[in-house]
Design a protein around this ligand. Structure first.
Ligand code: CDP
Ligand code: MG
Length: 684
């Protein structure tokens, strides 16, 4: 199984620039243990961006907006904020912000930069992601943050007056909050011209950003700075025939590369955590068969579910006699650079959130990547030497891929973003300068949902509750439940459920025999009403008896996830107190609690069918219960459930279910159902 049966049609990348930097010189850099501040400084100076320092500082000085284009790994994210800091842009209490579409990137980059600056993380250099603020109000000068967090900050400080320079990083990804920020920042620049903006992109869509910022402004407003690339050619190999299971195939290809013994680390792109775990599992089962004289294989995962420390392990150099294989999600495509990768194995898939405006439901979907993504992934093999990219699909399949991924704003639920825009005083959504306009149907659906939830009045303006919900750092549906808990007298429990649904992987259920034991442990928390109440039980038990990692281990819970839930709950509790929402307990009245859940989840409703699957009430999609649900093997008595989220892989699965009575829907959602499906829920 180790043979690599691939067909190699060609090369991507610059082709014949092998002589730009000699391979040996590069290897010295990448294999030297970076231990002291001195070698960190030397490493900084070797990055391609270093020679552009003056040019960049001049551009920022003289233009409002600098669009920065450069290969991944050239030093944009880690170096430019430091250049600006050293040049005095963070003097007089000013701050430099750098936004990332992904949390993992914000945290890992911040800790790298803190090390380079020679400061403790959270002091001069910090990060802010949702529910986690590792920065100091007074002392932090360089702040890495998610784009969503900076956008939220505009609600409190509309001119973002604490910042002198804002770098919108990975702009080519076109995440929804990046797009919204670009729109808002263009406005802010008109009111506060001293603010500088850097829009950085790994690909060549720079021209579109330039045009966007020049329109309606003077020709000096924006300029492009391009960092010359230094990439090596990457040979691309395709499969001759499609494979039914790309996770299995990925493991086989990794094993094949390893047995061939050519040096260089391996980076594998899969779509999500489950696939990553499975791939690593297959590989670890193969490890004992490794020939005695072969290099050892170090197996590493990289995805958003890891702690910052775990994420940072992928950047450490492999020890002598070892080869690293990193199995990652899309995060490794552009946001982070790992040195020493010579082989890329690309599944060709990515998990993205999509939205169906007709049914007003969003779900996570595993879908084929775009050609641009595939090219970017392949490029990761050619950063320090020529490399090879194994695509786990055919060349014909590559040619059928769409050229680029559509911006998130065109395929996402706009309920929360529109509420936030309204709260910013942007009432006329038609007049907002979108980088790309959202589909009219999505805007309409979001507005309707907000009117229905009482957050926007008939006049199109935010209501008092709407104002408050906009500030709340959770999705609108969850915020709505928090507010409704006042009527249902269950604030205490809804608060816990809100916190528990924001974290992932609460239960740790390993494969095999240990898994069966863990499953028994988990059942101790099971509430027959469903998963939301099961999560509540687990939380309450943790707070009462546990709060230790040994207790968690004995009860199949993740200590890290539970501790995070405790922290998130206490942060949300402060919002509830500020909004005057009482923290009453439902005193075990599960019915009251479930009715309160319906106020948030009234769009995510499904009905049981005789074959054990469910049908979405809107859209009639066939839904499968996630195997981790307590309702996986049991029919709900009423036949009706609400669910937290939907995910599409080969089939559509729903996660975190709770049984409800259908007439509760009439109370909350009937207006909506009547209006758009032409039939009431009861009639279906
Ligand atoms: O943003 P861009 O892709 O242009 O580059 P960067 O993220 O600033 O990375 C510059 C260098 O820092 C790369 O060689 C990375 O490998 C290195 N780096 C690191 O060693 N550890 C991190 N946590 C982040 C970056
Ligand atoms: Mg970067």
């Amino acid at each position: 199984m180790a043979s690599l049966q691939f067909w190699k049609p060609g090369t991507v990348g610059p082709g014949s620039n092998l002589d730009r930097a000699t391979e040996t010189e590069e290897n010295v850099v990448s294999s030297a243990p970076i231990s002291s501040a001195l070698s960190l400084q030397a490493a900084r100076e070797r990055l391609p961006i270093f020679k552009h320092r003056q040019k960049l500082l001049y551009a920022v000085e003289n233009h409002g907006v600098v669009i920065l284009v450069g290969q991944t790994g050239s030093g944009k994210t880690t170096q430019l904020p430091q250049f600006l800091y050293e040049a005095g842009w963070a003097a007089e209490g000013n701050r430099i912000a750098c936004t990332q579409p992904r949390r993992v990137a914000a945290t890992s980059v911040a800790s790298r930069v803190a090390a380079e600056v020679g400061t403790t993380l959270g002091d001069e250099v910090g990060y802010t992601i949702r529910f986690e603020d590792v920065s100091d109000k007074e002392r932090t000068r360089i702040l890495y943050m998610t784009d969503g967090m900076l956008f939220r900050e505009t609600l409190i400080d509309p001119l973002l007056s604490r910042y002198s320079v804002i770098m919108i990083d990975e702009a080519h990804e076109r995440s929804i909050y990046t797009d919204l920020l670009l729109g808002v920042l263009k406005k802010i620049r008109r009111k506060r011209p001293s603010l500088r903006l850097i829009v950085s992109s790994a690909t060549l869509d720079a021209a579109a950003f330039l045009e966007y910022f020049l329109s309606g402004n003077s020709p000096d407003e924006a300029t492009i700075v391009s960092l010359e690339g230094r990439a090596y050619p990457v040979e691309v190999a395709y499969l001759e025939e499609p494979v039914p299971d790309y996770v299995q195939k990925a493991a086989e290809v990794v094993w094949g590369i390893h047995l061939q013994q050519t040096p260089g680390d391996i980076l594998v792109f899969l779509s999500g955590r489950d696939e990553i775990d499975r791939c690593l599992e297959i590989l670890s089962e193969l490890l004992p068969t490794l020939p005695r004289n072969a290099k050892r294989l170090q197996l590493l995962a990289l995805h958003a579910g890891l702690t910052t420390d775990e994420q940072l392990r992928v950047f450490e150099h492999a020890e002598r006699g070892w080869r690293k294989v990193i199995v990652a999600t899309n995060i490794a495509e552009a946001s982070v650079t790992i040195e020493g990768i010579k082989f890329v194995v690309d599944s060709g898939f990515v998990k993205i959130r999509t939205y169906n405006p007709t049914t007003a439901m969003s779900s996570l979907v595993t879908t084929p990547v775009s050609q641009a993504s595939a090219t970017q992934r392949a490029g990761r093999a050619g950063r320090t030497a020529p490399g090879v990219c194994y695509r786990l699909y055919t060349e014909q399949a590559f040619e059928r891929l769409q050229p680029t991924t559509p911006p998130e704003i065109t395929r996402t639920d706009l309920t929360t973003p529109i509420l936030q825009l309204k709260s910013l005083g942007i009432d006329d959504l038609m007049k907002f300068e979108w980088v790309s306009s959202p589909p009219a149907e999505s805007v309409l659906r979001a507005l309707e949902g907000l009117v229905h939830a009482g957050m926007i009045g008939e006049d199109g303006r935010l209501t008092v509750i709407g104002e408050k919900v906009a500030e709340c750092p959770v999705e609108v549906n969850i915020a709505r439940m928090l507010f409704a808990s006042k009527d249902y007298k269950c604030g205490e429990e809804i608060l816990t459920i809100a916190a528990m649904t924001t974290i992932q992987d609460v239960f740790v259920i390993p494969e095999g025999a240990a898994g069966a034991l863990a499953e028994l442990e988990r059942r101790k928390f099971t509430a027959e009403e469903g998963d939301h109440l099961t999560l509540l039980n687990a939380y309450n038990a943790f707070v009462r008896y546990g709060r230790s990692s040994s207790w968690c281990k004995a009860h199949a819970l993740s200590f890290r996830a539970m501790s995070r839930a405790v922290s998130i709950r206490s942060q949300l509790k402060k919002y509830m107190q500020r909004f005057g929402l009482p923290l009453e307990s439902c005193e075990g009245d599960a019915k009251r609690l479930r009715r309160c859940l319906v106020t948030g989840y009234w769009r995510n409703v499904a009905r049981w069918t005789a074959d054990g699957t469910y049908r979405a009430v809107r859209g009639d999609t066939v839904l499968h219960v996630h195997p981790h649900s307590v309702l996986f093997t049991r029919k709900p008595r009423s036949g009706w459930v609400i669910f937290h989220e939907m995910e599409e892989t080969k089939k559509t699965q729903i996660r975190i279910l709770t049984e409800i009575e259908p007439d509760w829907l009439l109370e909350h959602g009937h207006k909506f159902y009547d209006k758009h499906s032409g039939a009431s829920v009861a009639a279906q």
